[in-house]
Design a binder for this molecule. Structure first.
Ligand code: AMP
Ligand code: MG
Length: 432
């Protein structure tokens, strides 16, 4: 644990984000169930096995231009005339090139044996308008405009490794090896619920009829969407009332059939809420005070499963309690829950970083008062190549993360002057 300088005597020191991250990742083991899915449906899933290429890509030398395939040595000076001895379109076989001739060829078509270069169409003129012979106006170099067999993938190569999270382009690469199906890790099953008696679901009460103190449940919407983006199967248990019985019941049922229970709200210190005692009663709970802003309160624990939950089931379900303030909830999801879910899905721990590499950009704002916690400021890149700060950095102001396109990772105790270089992390990288 990293103590924060000047932390008031008697108060537990805050845990550093890096420490929290390492601790959290140390508590999770990758799911073991594997399933086979269509390559079309595998975006965002994690590979359960190495993909080894059974072929080379491209399978044969082919032309990267529309033009004429030649033996480079046959063309020694510009303006030479060659007879066109065959025509080769993409997807069609070619015959060996007759010596002293050229072959009409199109992009992607296999090179005829004996040819070693392509002269692009623009450097040729048909002789007397006849398509059977051409003037070659540029002397070719051997290998020009030829894509070599295996230049993308060689036979036997590990093209994508086990534990790799698939992206749209990796699906294309798998398809180029002829793979219509892929073996991937099971989706994490996540039970999501919100706590707080002040919460009302949009659609249930119109804005004009909201009771004093009531607010709409916004966390539920972005947490559910974030979980889905992370490849989870989400059971949305809605708003669980602030009552012990209801909380216990929700946790118990969720534990048997899920890998993770994720809640928002009710994890601040000293708060009278039902999550803490309920998780403690059904398993164990560690409340963490993380040295970050927003997002200080964070809870991790486990909830025991019923003996009848299935022989394959492990003994307990993971529990993560996020803070209720929407911005805190969002930021702790990105920095802690996201890596946790990657690990659960089988991404190796050494490939998981709580924070993607930061870019250094100039601050076009000031932070006059240093915070004693490491702060993640909501900012946006501007046209001048700098960063603007959202004026209201309160952890309840969700507009800041919608207006912003990223975070500035500002070390504890640091002020920022206009023009200072700061570490910027784009949301795009954290949401990918
Ligand atoms: P808590 O962590 O429960 O103390 O909540 C902190 C703040 O976040 C309070 O102002 C809550 O009203 C608010 N809050 C808690 N849950 C939600 C939610 N699901 N949607 C929007 N605001 C919430
Ligand atoms: Mg609450």
């Amino acid at each position: 644990m990293n103590a924060v300088p000047n932390s008031p005597v008697g108060r537990a020191p805050l845990m550093s984000l890096d420490h929290a991250m390492a601790d959290l990742l140390g508590r999770v083991e990758a799911l073991t169930s594997i399933e086979t899915v269509a390559t079309f449906d595998a975006d965002g899933r994690v590979l359960a096995q190495d993909l080894v290429s059974a072929l080379q890509v491209p399978p044969h030398d082919n032309s990267s231009m529309d033009g004429y395939a030649v033996r480079a040595a046959d063309v020694t000076e510009p303006g030479q005339v060659l007879r066109v001895s065959q025509r080769i379109a993409a997807g069609h076989a070619s015959a060996p090139l007759e010596p002293g001739t050229c072959a009409r060829i199109f992009t992607g078509a296999p090179m005829p044996a004996g040819a070693d270069a392509v002269v692009m169409q623009e450097d040729t003129v048909e002789v007397g308008g006849d398509i059977h012979a051409v003037h070659i106006h540029a002397v070719p170099e051997a290998g020009q405009w030829v894509r070599r067999a295996g230049e993308d993938v060689t036979r036997g190569a590990v093209v994508l490794a086990r534990g790799e999270r698939l992206s749209p382009t990796s699906l294309g690469l798998a398809a180029s090896l002829g793979l219509a199906q892929l073996s991937v890790l099971a989706r994490p099953r996540v039970a999501l619920f919100s706590t707080g008696d002040e919460l009302v679901m949009p659609g249930e009460v119109p804005p004009e009829a909201m009771k004093p103190g009531a607010i709409y449940n916004s966390n539920r919407f972005f947490l559910r969407a974030l979980l889905r983006r992370m490849g989870c199967e989400v059971s949305d248990l809605g708003i669980v009332p602030d009552q012990r019985g209801a909380t216990l019941a929700a946790l118990k049922t969720a534990a048997d059939h899920h890998d993770l229970i994720l809640t928002s709200g009710g994890v601040s210190v000293g708060e009278e809420d039902h999550i803490k005692p309920s998780v403690q009663q059904l398993g164990s709970l560690d409340l963490w005070q993380i040295g970050m802003k927003p997002g200080k309160p964070f809870a991790y624990g486990t909830v025991r499963r019923d003996a009848g939950a299935g022989a394959a089931a492990t003994q307990a379900c993971h529990f993560i309690g996020l803070p209720g303030n929407p911005v805190s909830s969002f930021v702790t999801f990105l920095l802690l829950v996201r890596p946790f879910l990657l690990r659960l899905q089988g991404v190796p721990a050494n490939r998981i970083h709580a924070l993607p590499p930061a870019t250094t950009l100039p601050a076009h704002f000031t932070v006059a008062r240093a915070d004693k916690r490491r702060e993640f400021l909501r900012v946006r890149r501007n046209a001048a190549g700098g960063l603007d700060l959202f004026p209201n950095q309160s952890s309840g102001v969700l507009t800041s993360v919608v207006w912003g396109d990223g975070l500035v990772d500002n070390p504890a105790g640091t002020t920022i002057a206009h023009g200072d270089p700061v570490s910027y992390i784009s949301f795009a990288e954290l949401l990918a």
